[in-house]
Design a protein around this ligand. Structure first.
Ligand SMILES: Nc1ncnc2c1ncn2[C@@H]1O[C@H](COP(=O)(O)OP(=O)(O)O)[C@@H](O)[C@H]1O
Ligand SMILES: [Mg+2]
Length: 326
């Protein structure tokens, strides 16, 4: 239903997309996961015919963005990185206007607007101007606008960036609802948890090309074995904890120390016995432990491993400087 084949796109000398290739089967969610600047929005613009690729091609519902852009647009709903609602119009008027733009008559546009206002929990505020809405409400209205014409494919560019946890959960519900109706979704995100939760298939991109892909489980398997995490009460005990973990996992990677979180983490195949030994040894050394856990690697671990560790940290720094987008 979505296909991107070897797409390249440069801005001047800068190559934003570098041979990007993606596929999504009908009724599935493809998660495009990457840090700021990795090419997510550029991919969205190519798929939505807002930007022509320099080379390669992309298809939506079987239609080429180069040869049949009009058919691509007809089969596609877009919710951009920044929610696009008309602030001067009410929630109802926003959706009604979109319906009319898609060629619905007044009655159908009105019925569809009311239906979506209910689906997206906006009925109570249907007569209020969008300009007065919170970020989460705006995003819901924007998502509703993207599905007015019941497109086969919906593209969501960072739908939860800048939302509070409630807004994020709401958005996840909406995406789940779309998929249950058979819509194919391309969702970009910087949040590993979000891709894990929503996407059937995840493509991790960096510098405009896919560096890993698979299901969340497959990606986690790539990050290797289970991990043991130990959180100590005092920063002065971090080194002791690290050396205990190192001794308990001979011949494996050096434990990673996160001083801010007071946590030491290590890959530990057969983690159960490692955890037991580590706790016994820390107890013998009288090192106070506030948390100890055995876990499967998260997508965060995968990403850090694939990108050499810095991309995500850099990304969060940029994010906090830019503040929360509207
Ligand atoms: N119109 C443009 N002109 C110049 N550079 C651009 C333009 N659009 C995007 N870029 C650059 O291309 C890279 C990818 O951008 P983008 O696709 O927006 O990334 P993402 O959405 O993953 O944060 C970035 O380095 C960005 O600065
Ligand atoms: Mg973007």
């Amino acid at each position: 239903m979505i296909r991107v084949d070897n797409v390249r796109k440069s801005f001047g000398a800068f190559r934003a997309l570098d041979g990007l290739t993606l596929n999504a089967a009908e009724g599935t969610v493809l998660g495009l996961l990457g840090p700021n600047g990795s090419g997510k929005t550029t991919t969205v613009k190519v798929l939505t015919t807002l930007l022509a690729p320099d080379s390669g091609d992309a298809w939506v519902a079987g239609h080429s963005v180069l040869r049949a852009p009009e058919l691509v647009r007809r089969n596609l709903g877009l919710s951009g990185q920044y929610a696009a609602v008309d602030e001067k119009l009410t929630a109802f008027e926003n959706l009604h206007m979109v319906g009319r733009l898609y060629g619905m008559n007044r009655r159908n546009a009105t019925a569809r607007a009311h239906e979506l206002l209910a689906d997206f929990r906006l009925t109570d505020v249907s007569g209020k101007r969008a300009g007065t809405f919170s970020g989460g409400m705006r995003r819901r209205l924007d998502l509703a606008g993207a599905v007015v014409a019941r497109p086969k494919v919906v593209v969501l560019d960072e739908p939860t960036t800048g939302l509070d946890p409630r807004g994020r959960l709401d958005t996840w519900d909406v995406v789940a609802g779309l998929v249950s109706e058979g819509t194919t979704v391309l969702l970009t995100t910087q949040y590993l948890e979000e891709a894990d939760r929503l996407a059937d298939h995840i493509a991790v991109i960096n510098h405009g090309s896919v560096i890993a892909e698979g299901t969340a489980t497959q990606l986690k398997d790539r990050a290797g074995s289970e991990r043991v995490d130990i959180t100590v009460r005092d920063g002065s005990d971090l080194q002791a904890a690290a050396s205990v973990l190192a001794v308990a996992t001979p011949g494996l990677a050096t434990p990673e120390v996160d001083p801010a979180a007071l946590r030491v983490s290590v890959a530990a195949p057969g983690g159960h016995s490692v955890l037991v030994r580590v706790l016994a040894e820390l107890d013998a050394r009288s090192v106070p432990v506030t948390e100890a856990s055995l876990r499967r690697p998260t997508l965060d671990d995968v990403f850090l491993q694939l990108t050499g560790g810095s991309a995500l940290a850099e990304n969060r720094k940029i994010d906090s400087k830019e503040g929360v987008p509207a």
